[in-house]
Design a protein around this ligand. Structure first.
Ligand code: ATP
Length: 266
């Protein structure tokens, strides 16, 4: 049950238009801004009220403040209510919703569409990778679509698990089974771990099913099969992205983009 109802006004400023969903980091609502700098705009508001989610969302805010890219979701502003330890974050509204729901609604995507989404997300990831960041949680629920004319612009979101490359923080595996690079189970995280996860996203788009059947053992062992209907060149791409040995994968999103262009896949 969402905490707020349609029509309710939060912080005297945000009128709830609808509930968009609940994630690990809080509840998300479609809101209309009633006053201030963004008055009149319809945006997405994420609300975190318990201490653990506030902490994750605080990390996401700190990271997003540094980023500005057409394939990374924009944070518009945030408010922290210190007295109640509540964090409210405003994002651009991604009217298509997330890629998981999109594929579940539409069924598996054509290769052309799937490669188009892949290219958009790879550009967002490239922005992170060239700045020394690792997203750490690339999966369909964290990729959002926005309608622009007749097209959909896909963007990477959810930066609660983002890490700086080479940082010593101890990891516990927080990703989602079906999208976790095998080395992450051994507590190693690299930029190419994001590439593996993105390869899983491509497999999901082409099959409509969770990679590795959502089975943790199969995910760890990288046991998967590519359906017959997938073209040979896309099979080759998938095999390179899902290479179990991270040193044999594309090292960064930049290398992936170069390959897609060279092979004329986008
Ligand atoms: N900017 C946005 N525009 C439109 N819908 C959004 C936006 N941000 C989140 N949502 C939707 O709100 C819901 C909750 O999103 P959220 O990102 O918090 O969690 P999640 O990605 O589903 O799960 P997790 O937090 O575990 O990764 C999802 O249905 C998501 O599609």
């Amino acid at each position: 049950m969402p905490s707020f109802r349609e029509g309710e006004i939060l912080l005297d400023t945000y009128q709830i238009l609808s509930f968009l969903g609940k994630g690990t980091f809080g509840e998300v609502y479609k809101v209309r801004v009633l006053r201030g700098r963004y008055a009149g705009r319809v945006l997405a508001l994420k609300v975190a009220t318990d201490p653990e989610t506030v902490e994750f969302l605080r990390r996401e805010v700190q990271t997003l403040l540094l980023f500005n890219h057409p394939h990374i979701i924009s944070m518009i502003s945030y408010m922290y209510r210190k007295d109640r330890n509540e964090l409210y974050v405003l994002y651009e509204l991604m009217d298509v919703g997330d890629l998981k729901d999109y594929v579940q609604r539409k069924g598996r995507l054509s290769e052309e569409e799937a490669l188009g989404v892949l290219f958009h997300v790879a550009k967002g990831l490239d922005y992170l990778h060239t700045r020394g960041y690792i997203h750490g949680d690339v999966k369909p629920q964290n990729i959002f679509g926005k309608r622009v004319m007749k097209n959909i612009l896909w963007k990477l979101g959810d930066f609660g698990l983002v890490r700086v490359r080479g940082s010593q923080t101890v990891l516990d595996v927080k990703g989602t089974v079906g999208y976790i690079a095998p080395e992450v189970f051994r507590n190693e995280l690299r930029r190419s771990s994001d590439i593996f996860s993105l390869g899983c996203v491509l497999l999901f788009m082409l099959t409509g099913e969770t990679p590795f059947g959502g089975d943790i053992k199969k995910n760890k062992a990288v046991e998967y099969s590519i359906p017959q209907h997938v073209s040979e060149r896309t099979q080759r791409l998938l095999t390179k992205m899902l290479e179990p040995d991270p040193s044999k994968r594309f090292k960064t999103a930049g290398e992936l983009i170069e390959y897609l262009i060279k092979e004329r896949m986008v």
